[in-house]
Ligand binder design. Structure first.
Ligand SMILES: Nc1nc2c(ncn2[C@@H]2O[C@H](COP(=O)(O)OP(=O)(O)O)[C@@H](O)[C@H]2O)c(=O)[nH]1
Ligand SMILES: [Mg+2]
Length: 300
């Protein structure tokens, strides 16, 4: 019997700076039975051309990134779905290790992420990300047995931030086992500018409000300025005081951007938000399966 097919789904929007490296790293996987589908949001740059050069399947859709991933998964033929962002580069053994996890009885896998970029703020982000490695409240699975992904209804299309946490959590609540591999994903942040990350967080803040309503208890843990991961890694942070201070400054600015967008309040930066806490954790909700809307959105 041949190896099972893995479908790698990549949402893109003006991703020309990184998509080539991303697709190259998918092609260089040691696991050989892979199909790659790019779901592009009508990029105005060379994203589509680069994807064409790599001979991958391309779908075009006005969908946001969560919808785009679901559209890709719906068109995928694989037994497994693996969601990779266009600014990510995979270690060659990532997919092979994910398959090994499935052989061990897991239904999904977390791939640890390191952040790579240029300039001081990117170095601060890289330090921050190292604190999250092995932390289940921050990391989330990207690789799933397709039937498990489908049975929880895929990504929640209403979320454009926290959608990975939401999916991971719903899968666990349904009893699916999520494992963790050792190989890494490099997340390319480019030349990270403070102003850009603040404006991104302001945008994310709008949708995090929905996430918070859905998972009030988890959100309390996750949307904090001072995360437990920082305390746990205090030795690592103490060894690099310059970037640690930079990281805290950047996190403070991002936190204030979330405050401004209304998804957290200033009231308790350590304990996270405290604003009009939702009543029930509606974690079983599956908003990712609005089929009619998806059919309207995609075209090849
Ligand atoms: N199809 C589609 N993809 C998007 C859209 N916005 C972002 N993306 C892609 O979604 C992925 C994650 O976006 P990114 O900006 O890297 O988010 P972050 O690193 O999580 O802050 C990348 O592959 C983007 O190209 C969109 O509106 N539609
Ligand atoms: Mg990114």
């Amino acid at each position: 019997m041949g190896k099972p097919l893995v479908s790698v789904l990549v949402p893109t929007k003006n991703s020309e700076a990184t998509i080539g490296k991303c697709l190259e790293s998918i092609r260089n996987q040691t696991y050989r039975n892979i199909e790659t589908i790019v779901v592009d949001c009508f990029s105005s740059d060379a994203t589509k051309k680069t994807a064409e050069d790599h001979r991958v399947r391309i779908l075009e859709s006005r969908a946001n990134r969560s919808e785009a991933r679901n559209i890709g998964a719906e068109k995928a033929k694989g037994d497994f779905v693996f969601f990779v962002d266009s600014d990510m580069e995979l270690d060659p053994s990532v997919i092979e290790e994910c398959i090994r996890k499935v052989d061990e009885g897991y239904h999904g896998a977390i791939v640890p992420e390191i952040s790579v970029g240029d300039g001081f703020w990117a170095e601060c982000r890289a330090l921050e990300k190292t604190c999250y490695i092995g932390d289940d409240s921050i990391e989330a699975a990207r690789f799933f047995v397709r039937s498990a992904f489908e049975s929880v209804g895929g990504y929640d299309c209403e979320l454009e931030a926290g959608e990975d946490w939401d999916l991971d959590h719903r899968a666990r609540l349904k009893g699916y086992k999520i494992g963790r591999i050792d190989a890494f994903i490099a997340h390319h942040e480019g030349k990270l500018e403070l102003r850009e990350t603040i404006s991104k967080k302001r945008h994310y803040g709008e949708t995090l409000e929905k996430y918070k309503r859905k998972h009030p208890n988890r959100a309390k843990q996750q949307l904090r300025l001072i995360r437990p991961a920082f305390m746990k890694n205090w030795r690592r942070l103490a060894k690099d005081p310059v970037h640690s201070v930079g990281m805290l400054l950047m996190k403070t600015c991002e936190f204030l951007a979330l405050v401004q967008s209304g998804s957290v309040t200033r009231a308790d930066p350590v304990m996270g938000y405290s604003k009009k806490s939702a009543t029930v954790e509606k974690s079983e909700e599956t908003l990712g399966t609005d089929k009619t809307r998806r059919e309207r959105l995609w075209q090849e």
